[in-house]
Design a protein around this ligand. Structure first.
Ligand SMILES: Nc1nc2c(c(=O)[nH]1)N[C@H]1C(S)=C(S)[C@@H](COP(=O)(O)O)O[C@H]1N2
Ligand SMILES: [Mo]
Length: 224
């Protein structure tokens, strides 16, 4: 086989890179403790908000394996990651009856225990390839990459794939979340919906210029 032919071509404006912990600068030095007994809150436009253990939330659903790339808006892509978890759709369908998700809920925000928030259109989050993943590369998710559970939404820029999920909030409207004005409501990679206000190709050099500074913050050890 020709080297590299195992993988489909990268989307426009992306370059391959190994997976390293990454995110918004303000979360660079925020390190959630090793999780034990994680509880996930389901809230927002629901009739009976609940808190569920991870086992209760994920346990009843069929396990899925997913091979996918992670595309960060700053133009790096980590290729062919092997995730395992359950479809968000399966969890959502159980929640519809269980917590009474209201009919007006059209968006869903995932919250990380670090305080990071990101919102997806509900129908985007219900796609086949959107997982609540607890394993990566055949092992339990590490703290670096979102332990104990993270969202994986490979058709969307990485900022939608919230790590360390501790809450799921339903809403009738888009919530820009931690990325604020820079978050695109859909964030679809195939349409290069990197951010709002400018077309995707114009965002490439802007995000690319910011990348080294953000990487440096993530690579520095946290202050003692
Ligand atoms: N909780 C949380 N989730 C997050 C982020 C974050 O800062 N905090 N950053 C997002 C961004 S911008 C990217 S590109 C990916 C990076 O995932 P990684 O750290 O596993 O490489 O996580 C996303 N999910
Ligand atoms: Mo990102």
């Amino acid at each position: 086989m020709v080297p590299g032919s195992e993988n489909p071509p990268l989307p426009p404006g992306q370059v391959p890179a190994p997976l390293r912990r990454f995110g918004l600068p303000r979360f660079a030095r925020v390190r959630p403790q090793e999780p034990t007994g994680t509880v996930v809150t389901v809230t927002g436009f629901v009739e009976r908000p609940v808190q569920r253990s991870l086992d209760d939330l994920l346990g009843p659903h069929r396990r899925q394996a997913l091979r996918a790339d992670l595309h960060c808006v700053t133009t790096w892509s980590a290729r062919d990651l092997h995730w395992e978890g359950v479809r968000f759709r399966a969890v959502h369908e159980a929640l519809v009856d269980d917590v009474g998700v209201t009919r007006t809920a059209a968006w869903v925000t995932f919250v990380g225990v670090d305080g990071y928030r990101s919102c997806l259109r509900l129908d985007d989050a219900l796609a086949d390839d959107v997982l609540l993943a607890d394993r990566l590369g055949g092992a339990a998710l590490t703290p670096d990459h979102g332990a104990p559970v993270r969202l994986v939404a490979p058709a969307h820029y990485g900022y939608k794939s919230v790590k360390h999920v501790c809450a799921i909030e339903y809403s009738p409207t888009f919530d820009p979340g931690s990325a604020k004005w820079a978050a695109h409501p859909r964030g679809r990679v195939a349409r290069e919906e990197r951010s709002r206000y400018l077309p995707g190709p114009l965002w490439r050099p802007i995000w690319r210029a910011l990348l080294p500074g953000v990487r440096r913050r993530y690579d520095d050890p946290p202050a003692p």
